[in-house]
Design a protein around this ligand. Sequence first.
Ligand code: GAL
Ligand code: CA
Length: 349
Amino acid sequence: MKRKYFFKRYSIFFCLLFLLFQVSCSEKTTEQQKIDNTISEIKIGFTVYRRDDTFIAMIVSNMEEAVKEGGQKNNIKITMNTMDAKGSQTVQNDHIDKLIEQGCDVLCVNLVDRTVAATVIDKAKAADIPVVFFNREPVKEDLERWNKVYYVGADASESGKLEGQIVVEQYQKNSNMDKNGDGKLQYVVLEGEQGHQDALLRTEYAVKTITDAGIQMDKLAGDTANWLRSQAETKMNQWLQIYGDEIELILCNNDDMALGAIDAYENTDKELPAIVGIDGIAPAIEAMEQGKLLGTVKNDAQMQSELIFELSYRLAMKEDISKNMNLVRGKYIFTKYTILKSSNDVVKE
Ligand code: GAL
Ligand code: CA
């Protein structure tokens, strides 16, 4: 009798608990439904450090595509206002004020100066507009200032390792790289902007990967060419005057600078040394196919843009990001780098 009574009592209790759970779940979905229904338009504020940077231009055009597709797929009006800071943080700060005034739902920021993220975060926080930084990574302390701040990019050290790996593989296949036969690789480095995570870490890890493989390195020169093809050509011309045929390897923090180095050689009768880049832009792939560039590492602009868009969309729709997106330490999204090889190289293997 007693057992029966208990069973009855508990089954009622569990039924009630189950009902309560169901109600709370359906309440949640209707709550999200309500938000979704009230949002008929999304405004994305987008600001870049320089729109004429080759890689950033790819991000912008892929992002425009993602916005168009996202609007059609979700049947919602999505607009993106893109501002070009042209290398000035002061201009970018003004742009950010404007985008906030215009009532954007989310701010996507490619900082000019990655050390001043705090100012941008404070402005956005005051207006309660979430921020997605991309490509130029703010320091951890800044990202921790507010819980509606994120970063989409790629792990700079990984690209350096892969760039170094291209050199190691080639050296092991073909020891002609050491042209003067002194057992060391005489090299120069064309660096990106000073203070940029991709400049510092790419150089460090490329060199480390090569020396860790037991190849001795001898640095002739290194300097910044600010990611730019023209500056790299000028720098390379100077180094060619000083070091000439001594140069056996040119490590470049990106493809545009590798192309600038090739331009410099093409104005001389000198043979091209081994040159490596990063980004995987179309002209670099072409140079690789022509045997002018040893290799490059793909920086996935398409995937980065898709992720910046998806994150921005969900933030604007007031979704729970922690549940819907695969975030690293609650804030970061990183795409993978991959080595791109010349099709000739693949055929040879
Ligand atoms: C890097 C990219 C460079 C340049 C830079 C700008 O990730 O490899 O080519 O675009 O970002 O911040
Ligand atoms: Ca040598």
